[in-house]
Design a protein around this ligand. Sequence first.
Ligand code: ADP
Length: 600
Amino acid sequence: MDKKAKKKEGISRLMELAETKKAGLTAACMLSVLSSVFRIIPYFTIYSILRKMISCYSAGSRFTFGSVRTLVIVTAASAVLYGISAYASAMLSHGAAYDILYELRMKLMEKMGRISSGYYTSNTQGSIKKLLIEDVEQIEGFIAHSMSEVAAAIATPLMTIIVLFIVDWRLTLVSLLPIICSFIILAMALKKPDGAKHQKNMADCKAKMEGTIIEYIHGMSVIKIFGGTKNAFKRYETDMNAFTKSVHDTAYYNANGMGLYYAFFGAQVLFLLPAAVIMLNSASSYSEVLPKVLFFLVVCSGMKEPLENMMNVSIDSTKINVGMKRIDELLEEPEIALVGAGRSLTRFDIEFDEVSFAYPGSGINACDGVSFNLPQGSCNALVGPSGGGKSTIAQLLLHFYEVGSGSIKIGGVDIKEVTHAELVKNIAYVFQDAFIFNDTIENNIRMGNERASIEDVKAAARAANIADTIEALPDGYSTVVSDSTGLSGGEKQRIAIARAILKNAPIVVLDEATAYADAENEAKIQDAFSKLSKGKTVIMIAHRLKTIQNADNILVMDKGRLEAAGRHDALMESCVLYRDMVMANDRRDSWTMRKEIQHD
Ligand code: ADP
């Protein structure tokens, strides 16, 4: 049997993802190699000039510029060509980096739209942020700067060594000796048994500390309200100390190896000088040996930088490997499956048939063998105690998750056979905590229908009873929403309703807010809800039972099971849970009313 092709990693995986955009990068690398050729040529020409000068001097003849004119021209031309090719390489690699990043970010964004909503827990939010910002940016830095430097970093030392061999193989071997020793020392240091353990411990401590920082910042308002600053900071401090300790441990563990490595790496001149003295003492003519010695001293002291670049590139590329691994993990997350080619929806009755579902990792059914049939155009309410499974039903209808068993059909079509785009086109979902983007109010409402005119946007705002509030703002519909805009929860929900009205989808899912600021706000929202719901198949997650007494069908959910279903009057007779809830609601409402009268 054919084995699956080995998965690419690191840079080669990055190139695979970059697809069409890698041509620019290849050109940048080639130009970079070319620039390192032009960088080496002057060393050789200057050596030749030096040799001519010393031989003239020792022969007692006059040194003329004419004898080295060509060498000088080649030196100057190489310097200019080096500048041009290095500049062109940098320009191309930066352009390619942004192209590749664009492609990568688009791939990640598209993928994020296709995976289960269960992936977006508060735990993963931090790592998604890190992935999209830090990892992708690190890759950008690597492509823009390091990729073309990789080519130069490999080409420059190699070409320098070739030139050195041409000039004198003995001095070359002597100057390479400390470098070979330093590489052997480094390889031995890296192979030490606990090295990887220390590195991993350091990376784990760093990730833990970063996670705590993100959590600390996100939870700052809660921490402040509950006065837990000291406690929360303690965790951050503990994680920071653990990270510092891991860095120290790793540094001490590697100290001897790295110290020796650096000592040998910079010791070329120390090795060269005795060899040069021996060569000069045994040479028949100084003019033969002296230029070589001078040449080696100059070139070898300049070799350190390209060699160090080579090392840095290999360190950077290991960081890329980690980032690419995380990117691949996200790209490999299971997607919400589409069965078949994607069918379109023409009718809008909703049918749940023995649907069971447990949240990943929970093991308890949040929806347990639920069956119901909601006719097109009917108004339905989901009620029940908190945790009963009402929101889960709404999320399953939107195909945020895959059901464990059973099926969900809209107009007789299983939602598994409907594309995500077709599904969201036909369902308007008003969340309890309306999310308003940091954009103009006009654009926030227009999200419901990108092609809507400003007149349509205003009409939707009027229908949602929010037009007056918007027009009273200094910039009206052009107001960019931020915390300082001062919109209340009820106002935000009415903006979200305006968005849904503009969308004009045949199915409406409403998650009623649990608490309204005041009776006026409540009345406005109720009125906006009823305009939005007219003629639609509605599922309303209701928390205030008096608002749903006229619903066509009330579904009572408890512990994931459909406890009872029917109209208000029938349920008051037959369902104890419903009757208890209605009575508790009435008591709460009369208590609220008494409080309001006392305040007046
Ligand atoms: P309701 O909307 O009626 O308050 P939910 O549908 O939100 O109830 O929750 C039903 C059950 O599923 C509850 O036990 C709740 O704890 C659990 N649950 C809800 N969301 C998640 C989630 N994202 N991950 C794990 N369990 C969840």
